[in-house]
Design a protein around this ligand. Structure first.
Ligand code: HEC
Ligand code: HEC
Length: 442
């Protein structure tokens, strides 16, 4: 068992701490508002699956086989599972995996839990779907150094494999790159992290957490400010933040071509992280204690720091231990096994009723309204009345737009000279989605 347990002394102190320290030394103690936070962290009852790649048992079984198939690599001895190991939360236990050339890779192998809910993939979000993501490692010279054509030929020459592809894709029974990507994605969407003691507390079992763990949770959603980014049952906002690590890696910035997003990385989920140390995109922090010490003491001050990162987090020794005790409750006691959740076809944010307007707000990281209808020839005004830097991007029929860094106070104007449907997102906060319907007359 690798859980870092909390000491007896901690447990004895916990009751006292709950009564006196929550909310911070010196401040008035704020009691944990359980009625507010329980629903905010409730687990979903199904996993989303895209309409163009529905999950079937045959497809998932094929994906699971491919995940362990070393024929996908150039040398024939590296599979996805070589780096994404089930017992290590589908990570690999090292700061950076040694690549084909004998040198460490640029970034740490991330854990793969709960990616069915992901909005972008890789630390810098450069892949927009799990289907597309898989081709990255296969063809990457330093990861699998594979050649897709050779790999597909080898799989096609193997009769059981051909049969498995035929069962998974009855309408298009071929060993193709598209089907390979779909099967791997369908399998990875089944990697849902199991319930832990924290979930039993969320469901209403007051005794599921010890006093010190609850006090740690109160700090997490209170004075330590963690919940600004680690939100919801997966503990991520899917957004990109610079949290002040000393690494030179520029992360999201080069992907967007926006220097305000330099050093920003995707907020990782905090589920089953006891099993996936070391932490951060560069694997530079070995333990939860080191992570908490980073936020409290070692944030590198630079202009790109996230607006959601508290500028000063004062945590005494005991508060740090409480936060770590809480982080441990998000992991299983034994190596976790995926939970089984039924899947449900979903399209992102498609059901909001469109409002006739051409002005949209971005307050609190949300486009309001989230769906609008405009006339050809009108100009869309997107007003940054938020406290954060945004990056408005649009891809649609015959039109693409990138605002570069849109600072608080800036307004972005986009004109439309043709009718059609356009999706607008923020490149730094991809959970922000705006649907724009442009019609000849509204
Ligand atoms: C040599 C080690 C290695 C192998 C082999 C490997 N990966 Fe990865 N994987 C990584 C690293 C490192 C990253 C992070 C790279 C980055 O963000 O730039 C990553 C990222 C990912 C991500 C993104 C997760 C997220 O949170 O965004 C997914 C999904 C993934 N890999 C799936 C796979 C699949 C599927 C295969 C097999 C086809 C595979 N990996 C093979 C090391 C590996
Ligand atoms: C401004 C947003 C933000 C805030 C606030 C924040 N985090 Fe994070 N957290 C991130 C991002 C982004 C990363 C990944 C950074 C990287 O690798 O460069 C991360 C990484 C982590 C990791 C490592 C996870 C892994 O798998 O590597 C842990 C643990 C963690 N944070 C815990 C906390 C705690 C505890 C707090 C409160 C003290 C906190 N975070 C506050 C955004 C945030």
């Amino acid at each position: 068992m690798r859980r870092e347990g909390f000491t007896k002394i901690g447990r004895v102190l916990a009751g006292l701490v709950l009564a006196t320290l929550v909310g911070g030394a010196g401040d008035k103690p704020t009691p944990l508002d359980a009625a507010h936070w329980r629903p905010a962290f409730a687990r979903p009852d199904h996993a989303p699956t895209p309409t163009d790649n529905p999950a079937t048992p045959e497809k998932i079984a094929l994906g699971a086989k491919l995940f362990e198939d070393a024929r996908l690599s150039g040398s024939g001895d590296v599979s996805c599972a070589s780096c994404h190991q089930a017992d290590l939360s589908f990570s690999d236990g090292v700061d950076r995996h040694v690549g084909h050339d004998g040198q460490p890779l640029d970034r740490r192998t991330p854990a793969l839990w709960n990616l069915a809910w992901g909005l972008s993939f890789f630390w810098d979000g450069r892949a927009s779907s799990l289907e597309a993501q898989a081709m990255g490692p296969i063809e990457n010279e330093r990861e699998m150094a594979g050649n897709l054509e050779n790999a597909l030929r080898a799989l096609d020459a193997d009769p059981p494999m051909r049969k498995a592809f035929a069962a998974a894709f009855p309408d298009d029974a071929a060993v193709t790159q598209a089907n390979l990507g779909k099967a791997l994605a369908a399998f990875q969407r089944t990697l849902v992290s199991p319930e832990t003691r924290f979930d039993r507390w969320v469901e209403g079992d007051d005794k599921a957490l010890e006093g010190d763990e609850l006090a740690g949770f109160a700090l997490f959603v209170g004075k330590a400010g963690c919940v600004a980014c680690h939100q919801g049952w997966r503990f991520t906002d899917e957004a990109f933040h610079d949290i002040g690590l000393p690494s030179e890696d520029r992360g999201r910035g080069p992907v967007l071509g926006v220097s305000a997003a330099n050093h920003a990385f995707k907020t990782p989920s905090l589920r089953e992280r006891v099993w996936s140390a070391p932490y951060m995109h560069d694997g530079s922090l070995a333990t939860f204690d080191a992570v908490v010490a980073h936020y409290a003491d070692h944030v590198v001050q630079r202009p790109t720091l996230s607006a959601d990162l508290p500028r000063r987090i004062e945590l005494n020794e005991q508060e740090r231990a409480l936060l770590v005790a809480f982080l441990n409750t998000l992991s299983s006691d034994d190596p976790p096994r995926p939970a089984s959740l039924p899947s449900k076809a979903m399209s992102w944010g498609g059901d909001e009723k469109a409002i006739p307007t051409s002005t949209v707000s971005q307050k609190d990281r949300r486009f309001t309204p989230g769906a609008i209808i405009m006339k050809v020839g009108e100009a869309l005004r997107i007003v940054n009345d938020d406290t954060r830097v945004h990056n408005v991007r649009l891809d649609g029929p015959g039109k693409s737009f990138n605002s570069d860094a849109q600072n608080p106070g800036d307004t972005v104007t986009i004109g439309f000279d043709g009718a059609g449907h356009y999706d607008v997102i923020c490149g730094i906060h991809p959970e922000m989605r705006l649907s724009v319907e442009v019609t000849q007359d509204r």
